[in-house]
Ligand binder design. Structure first.
Ligand code: KE4
Length: 430
């Protein structure tokens, strides 16, 4: 594979964009080398500017659950944009989106559209603080909720990838209001709530962690957090920006049968266009301006083009059997990778939920952030490049989940496993 044009573009980009990218995790910093530049994408594939084709397991970090450039999504966008890109006054598609989300996610009694997952989570936290009159929030080490100041404390995703879990620029006074807990630790959560439970406005969690690689909740853990929040008057906030509409149609809250007080979404509901949403209990959301005093606003919130792309994607994922098929292909990929690693004698483990998965260069199980951090990141980096050279694009960090789409068929999974045979053999021999 040649990457000459990507290299030229990256050289130019690096002059003008920090790290040559508009979002850190794209820079390949933790796996080494330079990122390729995408020229186009279709279905399960990305094509770079040098003409290389990759089976894509990142899917723009989640939105492309129905595959890239799905005709139904593109047609909806093309139809809508001809009537204008943004009005700054309400439009019918915003109502249709609100009706779709509240129908699919019953805990979302009322919601507000925004333009990113970050906006959704920082708005949800503001509602929690405004509605309870409390200031402290609880998050989990390794979880990532976007780059809002309150969340850049022991954060995951790119912050973790670059060892910046506590970013400069976040005032200590604000960071001190963010308490962190170890994920999947029942006793630590109980102890914290017993100590300061009445000061906690909200607890925000990725119900399935997808930003410290992929970690599933232990049996009963989410219910334990639900009970603690209820008992101490704190609000339970499910950050489903990644898991929403993916691990089940109704997200992790449907999969695990938990009713959060507030939820945040993004990615899939924009179908690739900038979008986020936050919402939940009506008595909380009715306190948001202009119906209440808690302020939040956005020039492009609910813009018709993003709504059209999101609605078309939501339509596609409601097809009968969509999530069952996504779960089956996720298991087929992960089972195959584990078998090939075993044959190659490489310590390897996967975690999986419908449509998302974690790859670990360590023996299982992986149930805590420490388990995840104990994966051999150097080996992951070598595996990443060995797969890339063989036409498979995995998330470029040992601390990111991978994503499956309905466009990944048996052919793509077989190609991926064939590439993995060579990649694992290469690693075993290193
Ligand atoms: P955005 O602001 O990037 O739209 O969403 C922030 C966010 C919030 N909550 C969760 C659970 C998330 O996963 C994210 C964003 N996810 C990362 C991927 N790990 C986006 C990729 C990137 O930062 O470029």
């Amino acid at each position: 594979m040649t990457h000459d044009r990507s290299h030229d573009l990256f050289t130019r980009a690096s002059e003008l964009l920090p790290g040559g990218v508009n979002s850190p995790v794209r820079a390949f910093k933790s796996v080494g080398g330079e990122p390729f530049f995408a020229a186009r994408a279709l279905g399960p594939h990305l094509f770079d500017v040098d003409g290389n084709r990759y089976v894509d397991y990142v899917g723009s970090w989640g939105p492309m659950i129905a595959g890239h450039a799905h005709p139904q999504v593109l047609d909806a966008v093309a139809r809508t944009m001809r009537d204008g890109l943004s009005f700054g006054v309400p439009n019918a598609l915003e109502v249709e989106m609100a009706e779709a989300i509240t129908r699919i996610v019953p805990a979302m009694e009322m919601l507000r559209m925004v333009n990113s997952g970050t906006e959704a989570t920082l708005s949800a936290i503001r509602v929690a603080r405004g509605a309870t009159g409390r200031s402290r929030i609880v998050k989990f080490e390794g979880c990532y909720h976007g780059h809002g100041d309150s969340f850049l404390v022991k954060a995951g995703s790119g912050a973790l990838t670059f060892g910046l879990p506590n970013s400069p620029g976040v005032p200590k006074a604000l960071a001190d209001l963010t308490l962190t807990l170890p994920y999947n630790d029942f006793d630590a959560a109980t102890a914290l709530f017993e100590e300061v439970g009445e000061e906690i406005a909200g607890l925000i969690i990725e119900p399935i962690v997808g930003n410290a690689n992929c970690i599933l909740p232990r049996e009963g853990y989410l219910q334990h957090l639900r009970d603690l929040c209820t008992r101490h008057g704190a609000l339970l906030i499910f950050d489903e920006v990644m898991t929403g509409f993916r691990v089940a149609l109704g997200g992790a809250q449907e999969r695990y049968g938990i009713t959060p007080d507030l939820s945040t979404f993004g990615k899939i509901i924009g179908g690739g266009m900038p979008v986020g949403a936050y919402g939940g209990r009506r008595d909380l959301m009715s306190q948001v301006a202009p119906s209440g005093p808690i302020y939040q606003a956005g020039t492009l919130s609910g813009n018709p083009v993003a709504m059209a792309a999101g609605l078309a994607t939501l339509d596609l994922i409601q097809a009968p059997g969509f999530h069952a098929a996504l779960e089956a292909s996720t298991h087929a990929l992960c089972d195959g990778l584990e078998e090939i690693a075993r044959e190659a004698g490489v310590a390897f483990h996967t975690t999986r939920a419908p449509g998302m998965f974690g790859l670990y260069f360590r023996e299982g199980p992986v149930e805590t952030f420490e388990d995840s951090a104990g994966s051999d990141a150097k080996r992951f980096g070598r595996f990443f490049h060995a797969m890339l050279e063989r036409g498979v694009y995995l998330a470029p960090s040992a601390f990111e989940a991978g994503f499956m789409s309905s466009a990944h068929g048996e052919t793509e999974i077989a190609q991926t496993l064939e590439a993995a045979r060579g990649a694992f053999a290469e690693i075993a021999a290193a």
